[in-house]
Design a protein around this ligand. Structure first.
Ligand SMILES: Cc1cc2nc3c(=O)[nH]c(=O)nc-3n(C[C@H](O)[C@H](O)[C@H](O)COP(=O)(O)O)c2cc1C
Length: 169
């Protein structure tokens, strides 16, 4: 493990939260990190819906099949993208924003987990309806955020066989 990239390697999916609220200043820092992501042609198509209401967090957990941890999360950020602004690249831009949010959460001592939505059409539609996200906006994912019950150790998944040097063969 290269110590210089430790803050990045410390980002791990966290699915056990204490149930505590997340500070509004921390939410703001997460959004700022998300909006610092690279974006094709600098179009910044990302849009975010921040949910902290307990009942809504529980409803999101009901609708998303792999998001039970939202019942203990302090917040959920729905990462959305304006498809008209960046029809070709909204998914990539929003993915970059999501990763920035996850890394920033880890740096703030928060736990977070990417919960896939797009391109599961049915899931995306149900969640968009729940959060009143208009047509023309895609929902890439939900990010569960909370105070972690345990902070996982940084880890490397480095695998030399997945990297080719100069040419594939
Ligand atoms: C596109 C995408 C969708 C994911 N969806 C879910 C999900 O619905 N529920 C969940 O608990 N984790 C989800 N994850 C998290 C992965 O399970 C996790 O990143 C992976 O197991 C690697 O572990 P790590 O994040 O701790 O490095 C998703 C990750 C990605 C990139």
């Amino acid at each position: 493990m290269d110590r210089r990239t430790r803050p990045l390697l410390a980002r791990r999916s966290v699915r056990d939260f204490t149930g505590d609220d997340v500070d509004i200043a921390d939410i703001r820092a997460l959004l700022e990190a998300g909006m610092a992501a690279p974006s094709a042609r600098g179009l910044d198509p990302w849009r975010f819906v921040v949910v902290t209401d307990r009942k809504m967090l529980d409803r999101l957990a009901d609708v998303h099949p792999y998001a039970k941890m939202l019942r203990q999360a302090g917040a959920c950020i729905a990462v959305c993208g304006d498809r008209a602004v960046a029809p070709d690249f909204w998914v990539q831009d929003c993915s970059a924003a999501t990763e920035n949010i996850l890394v920033a959460a880890s740096m703030l001592g928060l736990g977070a987990c990417w919960l896939g939505v797009h391109p599961r059409a049915e899931r995306e539609q149900s969640l968009k309806e729940l959060l009143r996200v208009p047509d023309g906006i895609g929902m890439l994912c939900l990010v569960a955020v909370g105070k972690p019950q345990h902070v996982p150790e940084p880890r490397t998944r480095y695998d030399q066989t997945k990297a080719h040097s100069e040419l594939w063969t």
